[in-house]
Design a protein around this ligand. Structure first.
Ligand code: CFM
Ligand code: HCA
Length: 529
């Protein structure tokens, strides 16, 4: 019998087959398995990926609330990235929250022909008059790179004219192969222009930053609630509900937590080299993930009182959620799921699902790199291709004045054997033998895997959700949480469990006949002959 991926691949012509085969594997714990990732999608194939601008503006910079972010490009780029990611933000006392606005230069045909910098300058003037922000950032979309507007010069000029911070990002949509390029570009800009410049002083020795947490549906708030309850000081969050001044002072914290490795590992690495701040991989999705992350943090700081408080909070929080989690598990036990999200979440949610008795049979990332699948130890073996060479790689050096190591080398080495310090093992190691991993899954493959593996639920995004639901399967969005959430931490786990139960047990699914049950839905070959 053919395995599921062979049945998915069988319709492809030789060229497409060869390409896509490398992006799929079936988990075999006895082998070191390698996957192809972070390469170009095949033209004509319905990839779920987004663009470089989406990764830079939409993902990493967008959630920072006290700055104005101008999209320099045609109006659609700004409009369609306006508020759709559900990165929640609440204004601080007397401070602005600009994330609810959409700022764009609305480039038109004459600007494409004659240049758009005039419009960009006018937009900055208008923003200064109306909003008077301390920081403006500019994100370029495709045509800006094609016509060659010098947005860096405009930013420098604005800094001189207004005495503000103005940072421009050449994150044109076509750069790189996905959103991932944009994460990298945004990380570089924050490192070069923001981190290390702030004057906020952490009050506690247990000061941390949460990196790669964007407060989708309030996830970051639930994490902060737990961390503060234990006694940590959250200096900054990158970048959910984020503030420039705190991000600028983040180098003073004693530990960086890395929630989403894919989007922010560059900053974690650079802050370690430049400022000596260690980073710890955490996962606040799922009860076990949350508890383990909290214990690792306590181990890092090494204070028995902090460790004791950690256990108290864990016990208190667990007591509050245990019954509801058990009730949900009783209803969901034995079901199977497929997960396809951009990066980290396809990995992080597997633990939470397992706690609810749901087994993951298929998982993949839109734009994860090999290290997100196989673990960071493969990073030295990853070949730089033309697309990744296109993205600036910056190197940083130790800042003698601001460098501060919390641990001695000896303490560090001892701890590194026990907790994931500067370590991420990737998704593959956590998956069961015989399950499937597919990188950059496309719509055809999603349909086909549904048919072959018949998972009870499929977690993904807005692009594929409705096609999957029309085929009679529950599909929940793991990007926007279908406008629910938070799903992180203790309270979030219960919210997730409730939403999955509500969705799965809706009678609608029994009334739908999948089209492939009554007729062949696809004939012929995918790709040219
Ligand atoms: Fe990280 Fe994210 Fe994700 Fe991501 Fe995204 Fe997102 Fe995502 Mo959508 S930063 S990789 S680029 S966890 S926006 S909050 S949900 S694809 S899995
Ligand atoms: C993005 C943002 C996105 C899209 C969500 C989706 C998000 O990649 O540009 O496709 O459902 O989380 O909002 O990932």
């Amino acid at each position: 019998t053919m395995d599921a991926s062979a049945r998915v691949l069988e319709r492809y012509n030789a060229k497409v087959f060869k390409n896509r085969k490398e992006h799929m594997l079936r988990i075999n714990p006895d082998e070191a398995q390698q996957i192809t990732a972070n390469t170009r999608a095949i033209p004509g194939i319905m990839t779920n990926r987004g663009c470089c601008y989406a990764g830079c503006k939409g993902v990493v910079l967008g959630p920072i609330k006290d700055m104005v972010l101008i999209t320099h490009g045609p109006v659609g780029c700004g409009f369609y990235s306006w508020g759709t990611r559900r990165n929640k933000a609440r204004a601080e006392e007397g401070e602005p929250n600009f994330t609810q606005y959409c700022f764009t230069t609305d480039l038109q045909e004459p600007d494409i022909v004659f240049g758009g910098t005039k419009k960009l300058k006018a937009a900055i003037d208008e923003v200064m008059q109306l909003m008077n922000p301390k920081t403006i950032m500019i994100a370029a979309t495709c045509p800006v790179g094609l016509i060659g507007d010098d947005i860096q010069a405009v930013a420098t000029e604005a800094e001189q004219q207004y005495g503000i911070r103005c940072v421009a990002y050449n994150c044109e949509g076509y750069k790189g192969v996905s959103q991932s390029a944009g994460h990298h570009i945004a990380n570089n800009g924050l490192m070069k222009r923001v981190i290390g410049t702030g004057s906020y002083e952490p009050a506690s020795k247990y000061s941390i930053n949460i990196l790669g947490e964007y407060n989708i549906g309030g996830d970051g708030w639930e994490q902060e609630r737990i961390l503060r309850k234990i006694g940590y000081e959250v200096v900054s969050v990158f970048t959910g509900d984020g503030e420039i001044e705190r991000i600028a002072s983040s180098h003073k914290a004693n530990l960086n937590l890395v929630q989403c490795h894919r989007s922010i590992n560059y900053i974690a690495e650079m802050m370690k080299i430049k400022y000596g701040v260690d980073w710890l991989k955490v996962n606040f999705i799922g009860l076990e993930g949350t508890i383990e992350s909290l214990r690792h943090m306590a181990a890092y700081f090494g204070d028995p009182a902090l460790a004791q408080r950690t256990e108290e909070v864990i016990a208190e929080e667990l007591a509050e959620v245990q019954d509801e989690m058990a009730a949900a598990k009783a209803r969901l036990d034995g079901l199977t799921a497929a997960l396809f999200v951009g990066g980290s979440r396809s990995h992080h949610y597997q633990g939470l699902l397992k706690e609810l008795g749901v087994r993951t049979v298929l998982a993949g990332y839109e734009f994860g790199h090999r290290d997100d699948y196989e673990g960071r130890e493969v990073i030295p073996d990853i070949k730089d291709d033309a697309d990744s060479k296109n993205i600036e790689h910056i190197t940083v050096e130790k800042d003698e004045k601001k460098y501060h190591a919390y641990l001695t080398q000896e303490e560090y080495d001892k701890l590194a054997a026990l907790i994931p310090l500067e370590k991420y093992d990737g998704m593959i190691r956590d998956m069961d033998a015989g399950t499937f991993v597919v990188d950059d899954l496309n719509m055809y493959e999603a349909d086909k895997f549904m048919e072959v593996l018949k998972p009870d639920m499929f977690f993904s995004g807005i692009k594929d959700k409705y096609a999957l639901q029309k085929a009679g399967t529950l599909s929940r969005q793991l990007h926007s949480y279908d406008y629910s959430g938070p799903y992180a931490g203790f309270k979030g786990a219960v919210q997730f469990a409730k939403d999955v139960c509500l969705g799965y047990f809706t009678p609608a699914w029994h009334m739908v006949t999948p089209p492939w049950k009554t007729r062949a839905t696809l004939q012929g070959t995918v790709g040219e002959k």
